[in-house]
Design a protein around this ligand. Structure first.
Ligand SMILES: [Zn+2]
Length: 263
Protein backbone atom coordinates (compact mmCIF):
# COMPACT_ATOMS: atom_id res chain seq x y z
CA UNK A 1 0.00 0.00 0.00
CA UNK A 2 1.10 3.51 -0.73
CA UNK A 3 2.36 5.35 2.32
CA UNK A 4 0.26 8.39 3.15
CA UNK A 5 0.60 11.31 5.53
CA UNK A 6 -2.35 13.37 6.77
CA UNK A 7 -2.19 16.33 9.13
CA UNK A 8 -5.12 17.59 11.15
CA UNK A 9 -5.19 21.10 12.59
CA UNK A 10 -7.82 21.98 15.20
CA UNK A 11 -8.85 25.63 15.36
CA UNK A 12 -10.67 26.48 18.54
CA UNK A 13 -9.58 29.94 19.67
CA UNK A 14 -9.20 33.49 18.45
CA UNK A 15 -5.47 33.58 19.12
CA UNK A 16 -4.91 30.28 17.36
CA UNK A 17 -6.58 31.61 14.25
CA UNK A 18 -5.13 35.12 14.22
CA UNK A 19 -1.60 34.31 15.32
CA UNK A 20 -1.20 30.72 14.18
CA UNK A 21 -3.13 30.30 10.97
CA UNK A 22 -1.75 32.84 8.45
CA UNK A 23 1.89 31.90 8.78
CA UNK A 24 1.06 28.23 9.05
CA UNK A 25 -0.85 28.43 5.77
CA UNK A 26 2.21 30.06 4.23
CA UNK A 27 4.32 27.18 5.47
CA UNK A 28 1.96 24.61 3.96
CA UNK A 29 2.03 26.48 0.65
CA UNK A 30 5.83 26.53 0.66
CA UNK A 31 5.91 22.72 0.75
CA UNK A 32 2.73 22.23 -1.32
CA UNK A 33 1.23 20.33 1.59
CA UNK A 34 -2.51 19.96 2.12
CA UNK A 35 -3.93 19.76 5.62
CA UNK A 36 -7.30 19.09 7.21
CA UNK A 37 -8.55 21.91 9.41
CA UNK A 38 -11.34 21.44 11.92
CA UNK A 39 -13.04 24.51 13.24
CA UNK A 40 -15.14 25.14 16.36
CA UNK A 41 -18.07 27.05 14.87
CA UNK A 42 -19.71 28.66 17.91
CA UNK A 43 -16.86 30.80 19.23
CA UNK A 44 -15.84 31.10 22.85
CA UNK A 45 -18.06 29.99 25.71
CA UNK A 46 -19.94 32.74 27.50
CA UNK A 47 -20.08 33.09 31.28
CA UNK A 48 -23.22 30.94 31.58
CA UNK A 49 -21.67 28.17 29.53
CA UNK A 50 -18.50 28.37 31.59
CA UNK A 51 -20.49 27.96 34.80
CA UNK A 52 -22.65 25.23 33.41
CA UNK A 53 -19.67 23.22 32.16
CA UNK A 54 -17.30 23.24 35.10
CA UNK A 55 -17.07 19.48 35.36
CA UNK A 56 -13.57 18.08 35.07
CA UNK A 57 -12.54 16.68 31.73
CA UNK A 58 -13.43 13.03 31.72
CA UNK A 59 -12.50 12.31 28.14
CA UNK A 60 -9.02 12.40 26.75
CA UNK A 61 -7.26 15.65 27.57
CA UNK A 62 -6.54 17.56 24.40
CA UNK A 63 -4.48 20.11 26.17
CA UNK A 64 -1.23 19.45 27.96
CA UNK A 65 0.51 22.77 28.01
CA UNK A 66 -1.07 25.87 29.48
CA UNK A 67 -1.16 28.49 26.77
CA UNK A 68 -3.45 31.05 28.39
CA UNK A 69 -2.38 34.07 30.37
CA UNK A 70 -4.57 35.36 33.20
CA UNK A 71 -5.39 38.32 31.00
CA UNK A 72 -6.55 36.05 28.16
CA UNK A 73 -8.78 34.19 30.58
CA UNK A 74 -10.31 37.34 32.04
CA UNK A 75 -11.01 38.72 28.55
CA UNK A 76 -12.73 35.50 27.50
CA UNK A 77 -14.98 35.47 30.56
CA UNK A 78 -15.93 39.12 30.25
CA UNK A 79 -16.06 39.41 26.51
CA UNK A 80 -16.43 36.05 24.77
CA UNK A 81 -15.48 36.30 21.14
CA UNK A 82 -17.14 34.81 18.10
CA UNK A 83 -13.77 33.96 16.60
CA UNK A 84 -15.25 32.48 13.44
CA UNK A 85 -17.14 35.59 12.42
CA UNK A 86 -14.33 37.84 13.57
CA UNK A 87 -11.77 36.01 11.41
CA UNK A 88 -13.80 35.12 8.34
CA UNK A 89 -11.22 36.43 5.95
CA UNK A 90 -8.31 34.41 7.28
CA UNK A 91 -10.50 31.31 7.60
CA UNK A 92 -11.65 31.51 3.99
CA UNK A 93 -8.02 31.20 2.93
CA UNK A 94 -8.13 27.58 4.11
CA UNK A 95 -10.61 26.55 1.42
CA UNK A 96 -9.22 28.90 -1.21
CA UNK A 97 -5.80 27.27 -0.87
CA UNK A 98 -7.21 23.79 -1.33
CA UNK A 99 -7.19 22.49 2.22
CA UNK A 100 -9.99 20.66 3.91
CA UNK A 101 -12.18 22.56 6.34
CA UNK A 102 -14.36 20.44 8.61
CA UNK A 103 -16.28 21.09 11.80
CA UNK A 104 -14.93 20.67 15.33
CA UNK A 105 -18.25 21.12 17.10
CA UNK A 106 -20.24 24.16 18.12
CA UNK A 107 -18.87 24.95 21.61
CA UNK A 108 -15.75 23.06 22.60
CA UNK A 109 -16.11 23.20 26.36
CA UNK A 110 -19.72 22.02 26.60
CA UNK A 111 -18.92 19.14 24.27
CA UNK A 112 -15.85 17.83 26.09
CA UNK A 113 -17.18 18.33 29.60
CA UNK A 114 -20.87 17.79 29.28
CA UNK A 115 -21.71 15.73 26.22
CA UNK A 116 -24.30 13.66 28.06
CA UNK A 117 -26.29 16.72 29.07
CA UNK A 118 -26.22 18.90 25.96
CA UNK A 119 -28.64 18.83 23.05
CA UNK A 120 -26.39 17.05 20.57
CA UNK A 121 -28.68 17.63 17.64
CA UNK A 122 -28.85 21.34 18.34
CA UNK A 123 -25.06 21.64 18.66
CA UNK A 124 -24.42 19.88 15.37
CA UNK A 125 -27.14 21.69 13.45
CA UNK A 126 -26.05 25.10 14.73
CA UNK A 127 -22.47 24.35 13.73
CA UNK A 128 -23.54 23.21 10.31
CA UNK A 129 -25.81 26.22 9.75
CA UNK A 130 -23.04 28.62 10.69
CA UNK A 131 -20.59 26.81 8.41
CA UNK A 132 -22.95 27.04 5.43
CA UNK A 133 -23.63 30.71 6.12
CA UNK A 134 -19.97 31.64 6.27
CA UNK A 135 -18.35 29.35 3.74
CA UNK A 136 -21.21 28.92 1.33
CA UNK A 137 -20.94 25.15 1.14
CA UNK A 138 -21.83 22.10 3.20
CA UNK A 139 -19.26 20.60 5.57
CA UNK A 140 -18.46 16.95 4.87
CA UNK A 141 -16.14 16.17 7.76
CA UNK A 142 -16.41 16.41 11.52
CA UNK A 143 -13.96 15.84 14.37
CA UNK A 144 -15.48 15.64 17.83
CA UNK A 145 -13.93 17.88 20.51
CA UNK A 146 -11.86 15.70 22.82
CA UNK A 147 -12.66 12.67 20.59
CA UNK A 148 -15.84 12.58 22.64
CA UNK A 149 -18.49 10.73 20.71
CA UNK A 150 -21.42 8.34 21.16
CA UNK A 151 -24.25 6.64 19.29
CA UNK A 152 -26.42 9.74 19.21
CA UNK A 153 -23.56 11.86 17.82
CA UNK A 154 -22.97 9.38 15.02
CA UNK A 155 -26.66 9.23 14.21
CA UNK A 156 -27.04 13.01 13.98
CA UNK A 157 -23.81 13.44 12.00
CA UNK A 158 -24.82 10.87 9.44
CA UNK A 159 -28.24 12.48 9.05
CA UNK A 160 -26.71 15.90 8.56
CA UNK A 161 -24.59 14.76 5.63
CA UNK A 162 -21.20 14.25 7.29
CA UNK A 163 -19.12 11.70 5.38
CA UNK A 164 -15.84 11.68 7.30
CA UNK A 165 -15.03 11.54 11.00
CA UNK A 166 -11.75 11.01 12.78
CA UNK A 167 -12.84 10.13 16.30
CA UNK A 168 -12.07 6.44 16.71
CA UNK A 169 -8.67 4.92 17.43
CA UNK A 170 -6.97 2.53 15.04
CA UNK A 171 -4.31 2.16 12.38
CA UNK A 172 -6.77 1.78 9.52
CA UNK A 173 -9.83 3.61 8.28
CA UNK A 174 -13.20 1.97 8.95
CA UNK A 175 -16.86 2.59 8.33
CA UNK A 176 -19.22 3.72 11.07
CA UNK A 177 -22.59 3.49 9.41
CA UNK A 178 -22.08 5.32 6.15
CA UNK A 179 -19.32 7.53 7.54
CA UNK A 180 -15.64 6.84 7.14
CA UNK A 181 -13.45 7.13 10.21
CA UNK A 182 -9.90 8.08 9.29
CA UNK A 183 -7.98 7.59 12.54
CA UNK A 184 -5.24 9.75 14.00
CA UNK A 185 -2.54 7.10 14.18
CA UNK A 186 0.18 9.00 16.05
CA UNK A 187 -1.00 10.36 19.40
CA UNK A 188 0.45 11.19 22.80
CA UNK A 189 -0.75 9.87 26.14
CA UNK A 190 -4.58 9.85 26.40
CA UNK A 191 -4.75 10.87 22.72
CA UNK A 192 -3.17 14.25 23.32
CA UNK A 193 -1.43 15.85 20.32
CA UNK A 194 1.88 14.04 19.94
CA UNK A 195 4.18 17.07 19.71
CA UNK A 196 2.63 18.77 22.72
CA UNK A 197 2.85 15.50 24.63
CA UNK A 198 6.52 15.00 23.82
CA UNK A 199 7.29 18.56 24.89
CA UNK A 200 5.41 18.05 28.14
CA UNK A 201 7.64 15.10 29.01
CA UNK A 202 10.76 17.17 28.37
CA UNK A 203 11.81 16.26 24.81
CA UNK A 204 13.75 18.76 22.74
CA UNK A 205 12.72 19.59 19.17
CA UNK A 206 15.55 17.55 17.62
CA UNK A 207 14.51 14.53 19.70
CA UNK A 208 10.88 15.03 18.70
CA UNK A 209 11.85 15.20 15.03
CA UNK A 210 13.65 11.88 15.30
CA UNK A 211 10.66 10.24 16.99
CA UNK A 212 8.22 11.66 14.46
CA UNK A 213 10.29 10.52 11.48
CA UNK A 214 10.31 7.00 12.87
CA UNK A 215 6.59 6.99 13.66
CA UNK A 216 5.70 8.32 10.22
CA UNK A 217 7.97 5.93 8.33
CA UNK A 218 6.68 2.76 9.98
CA UNK A 219 3.02 3.31 9.03
CA UNK A 220 0.89 3.03 5.89
CA UNK A 221 -1.29 5.83 7.23
CA UNK A 222 0.68 8.32 9.28
CA UNK A 223 -1.52 10.95 10.82
CA UNK A 224 -1.23 13.34 13.73
CA UNK A 225 -2.99 16.44 14.95
CA UNK A 226 -1.97 19.85 16.19
CA UNK A 227 -3.65 23.02 17.43
CA UNK A 228 -3.66 26.44 15.81
CA UNK A 229 -2.97 27.90 19.20
CA UNK A 230 0.18 25.96 20.00
CA UNK A 231 2.12 24.06 17.35
CA UNK A 232 1.03 26.27 14.45
CA UNK A 233 2.35 29.28 16.39
CA UNK A 234 5.36 28.04 18.29
CA UNK A 235 6.51 24.86 16.53
CA UNK A 236 6.58 25.88 12.88
CA UNK A 237 10.29 25.09 12.50
CA UNK A 238 9.76 21.59 13.79
CA UNK A 239 6.73 21.12 11.53
CA UNK A 240 8.76 22.37 8.59
CA UNK A 241 11.40 19.70 9.28
CA UNK A 242 8.68 17.06 9.46
CA UNK A 243 7.25 18.22 6.10
CA UNK A 244 10.73 18.09 4.56
CA UNK A 245 11.18 14.54 5.73
CA UNK A 246 7.75 13.49 4.41
CA UNK A 247 8.67 14.93 1.00
CA UNK A 248 12.16 13.47 1.00
CA UNK A 249 10.81 10.01 1.70
CA UNK A 250 8.25 10.20 -1.10
CA UNK A 251 5.34 9.78 1.30
CA UNK A 252 2.07 10.94 -0.25
CA UNK A 253 0.30 13.79 1.46
CA UNK A 254 -3.50 13.82 1.47
CA UNK A 255 -6.37 15.55 3.14
CA UNK A 256 -8.46 13.34 5.41
CA UNK A 257 -11.42 13.59 3.02
CA UNK A 258 -9.27 12.25 0.18
CA UNK A 259 -8.10 9.20 2.04
CA UNK A 260 -10.07 6.13 0.99
CA UNK A 261 -7.41 3.47 0.92
CA UNK A 262 -8.57 0.18 2.39
CA UNK A 263 -12.19 1.28 2.41
ZN1 LIG B 1 -10.41 20.35 20.25
Amino acid sequence: MEKTFTLRVDLESDKGIRKGLPEFLDLLAKYKMKASFYLVMGGESNIFELLRNRKKLSSSGERKINVWSLRDKARMVLLPKNFVRANKKILKRILKEGHELGVHGWKHRAWTRNLNNIDIQEHILKAKREYVMIFNREPTSFAAPGFNTNKKVLEVLEKSGIKFISDFVGEKPAYYGKMKNIPITICGKDRTPIIEHLISIGKRDDEILKIMKKEIKKRDLASFYIHGLFEARFKRDLLEDIFKSVKRNGIKNKRIIDYCEGL
